[in-house]
Design a protein around this ligand. Structure first.
Ligand SMILES: Cc1ncc(COP(=O)(O)O)c(C=O)c1O
Length: 392
């Protein structure tokens, strides 16, 4: 099969030790959804993230599904979510019959706007219909302010979950030096092929709450009761990570610091080459964290630059270079707006604000950010972008 691109957006990048761990898993004959690789991968992730409990599952979406179920999301319950996110962040709410409430982005971080969140919580509290959970996505590797999120969520006793699928390796600095995280019930991660490290597919839940993680572990294994025979008093899922994929994850975790450093280098390379060009702006970084720069993302203002986001994307595509528009906000998706004749089913949702994420979608372009990119590759990409500018 011939590849469509010479340069992909964010392809997998193996570190070298993955095969060693896979061989170990083969030698132990644990070609199964349990085994020593899973145990070690969970331990390593707990240590890295600073949360004492972790469970590995088959995807980030499965991780979110389990957490939403455990936190009690049931038909008709509202869940506040970032509108600027990937569908896997929110589809678990739909699986459970819940109703998403999409909160717009803050233009200074692109993450969930905390003022809008605060106002909507206050409004819902007055109406006596608080959401079951708040899920904030760390967009493109940039953390939201957990401290501020908790100030709001704890005031109304609504649990907070962080969708950290894109932000493994990012740093969160608590500006007030407070480390209290009561109310933060879980973080979910993804090890999908495009993420900063990958197991080809996979996910993880980490939490301070050992009971939550143990319950997730049970639900992910068909909710089997601890009997010698198969006994079921509730229905679960079948979404544990396999021991083989956990072996890949262990090898990948070893190179995470290198991958983060390389992502930052790539960002800086693009920044140096492009930031002075009128009509190009880079995704901003909040004061409370250091992004892992999973993807370098730019905003293109056509009047100043001389071409719009799609023209630049198409020019890159013509040169066999993959780039992608910023996530299309959830509140614009046909499944919620009911504006496509090919829809199989529509879903109820509410939206709070929306203009900021709409603008980010219209002008935003994710540039190739694979950690194996060479300077020649980057120069090639920069050259194509530069040619699109006014008088370029
Ligand atoms: C923000 C976000 N949430 C959730 C997911 C879902 O993860 P997965 O693809 O592993 O199901 C992803 C990525 O794929 C993501 O980027």
């Amino acid at each position: 099969m011939t590849e469509k691109y010479d340069i992909f957006l964010s392809p997998p990048h193996m570190g070298g030790e993955e095969l060693k761990y896979i061989h170990e898993a083969f030698e132990s004959n644990y070609i199964a959804p349990h085994g020593s690789m899973i145990d070690a991968f969970e331990r390593d992730m707990a240590e890295l993230t600073g949360f004492p409990h972790a469970v590995a599952v088959s995807s980030g979406t499965a991780a979110m599904h389990l957490v939403m179920y455990i936190l009690g999301v049931r038909p008709g319950d509202e869940v506040f979510s970032s509108s600027l996110t990937f569908i896997g962040s929110i589809s678990p709410v739909l699986f459970l019959g819940g109703v998403p409430v999409f909160i717009d982005s803050d233009s200074t971080t692109w993450n969930m706007d905390l003022n809008l969140l605060s106002k909507e919580m206050e409004y819902c509290a007055r109406k006596n219909r608080l959401p079951k959970v708040v899920v904030s996505t760390d967009i493109y590797g940039q953390c939201n302010s957990i401290y501020d999120l908790l100030q709001i969520c704890n005031r109304y006793e609504v649990p907070l979950v962080i969708d950290a699928a894109e932000s493994l390796g990012a740093e969160y600095k608590n500006i007030d030096g407070r480390s209290d995280r009561d109310g933060l019930r879980a973080l979910i991660y993804s090890f999908n092929g495009n993420k900063i490290i990958t197991t080809s597919g996979g996910g993880m839940i980490v939490s301070d709450d050992g009971l939550l993680v143990e319950y997730a572990r049970k639900l992910a294994s068909q909710a089997r009761e601890p009997f010698p025979h198969y006994e079921h008093i509730e229905v679960g899922y079948n979404c544990r990570m396999s021991n083989i994929l956990a072996a890949i994850g262990r090898g990948q975790l070893q190179v995470l610091p290198e991958r983060v450093a390389q992502k930052k280098k790539i960002y800086n390379y693009y920044f140096q080459a492009l930031h002075e060009i009128p009509g190009i702006d880079f995704m901003p970084e909040g004061p409370f964290g250091i992004s892992n720069k999973w993807l370098t993302v730019i905003l293109i203002t056509p009047d100043l630059f001389g071409a719009d986001r799609e023209q630049v994307r198409n020019a890159l595509e013509a040169e066999r270079i993959e780039s992608r528009p910023v996530w299309k906000p959830m509140h614009m998706q046909p499944i919620f707006t009911n504006d496509s004749s090919s829809l199989k089913k529509t879903y109820r949702a509410r939206t709070v604000g929306g203009k900021i994420s709409e603008d980010l979608f219209n002008r935003g372009l994710c540039l190739p950010s694979g950690t194996a990119l060479t300077e020649d590759d980057l120069d090639r990409i920069i050259h194509v972008i530069g040619k699109q500018r006014k008088n370029g």
